[in-house]
Unconditional design. Structure first.
Length: 183
């Protein structure tokens, strides 16, 4: 099986770290439920966020618990394709980080507006994602999606389509896989 895996918000706690830095440096509290949609963000926070992610070191963050262990297990039986919207300036750093975890191939960079197309071009069977705007349009009879429940997607309305599961943590991936392929 060909599995597409998003990096930020799916494997890495990038946005939680970003909010932590924002809260510390500004003395304000960023509402993570507003990220991912520029229209809902406070303009000053959006400006800060864009500047923050210009620096490659913004991506030096920890993976979510169990993410790397489960990805290593999945890689034994499946082809993993990592797809990210990280900026070109972060590519070298991203490849170095992924290599440090033992993943040094099939890492694809695409601007946000091309990410959905990249997933389709790779002809993936399963996608692990944290953003509902990418997850739902990709569900089909041949492509399943596991969405990680995060503050920026938990309030968003979605229908529980065939081929779509929402999970809270990496330990739930195998159960979601069983459910998706039983249907």
């Amino acid at each position: 099986m060909k599995i597409g895996v998003d990096l930020d918000g799916t494997i890495f706690s990038t946005y939680e770290k970003m909010a932590e830095v924002f809260n510390f440096t500004t003395g304000k509290v960023m509402d993570l439920s507003t990220i991912g949609c520029a229209e809902t963000m406070i303009p000053s926070e959006l400006k800060w966020l864009k500047k923050y992610f210009e620096k490659p070191e913004a991506y030096n963050v920890s993976p979510y618990p169990n993410a790397m262990t489960i990805l290593k297990e999945l890689e034994k039986r499946h082809e993993l394709y990592f797809v990210t919207t990280r900026r070109k300036e972060a590519e070298e750093n991203t490849r170095r980080i992924m290599k440090s975890y033992g993943f040094n191939k099939r890492i694809f960079f695409a601007p946000r507006y091309l990410k959905e197309g990249m997933y389709q071009l790779l002809e993936l069977n399963l996608i692990l994602e944290d953003e509902l705007c990418f997850a739902l349009p990709l569900v089909s009879k041949t492509r399943k999606v596991i969405l990680f429940h995060r503050p920026w997607n938990h309030k968003k309305h979605y229908d529980h389509r065939f081929g779509f599961r929402r999970i809270r943590e990496w330990k739930e991936v195998y159960q979601a896989l069983r459910e998706l392929w039983e249907v």
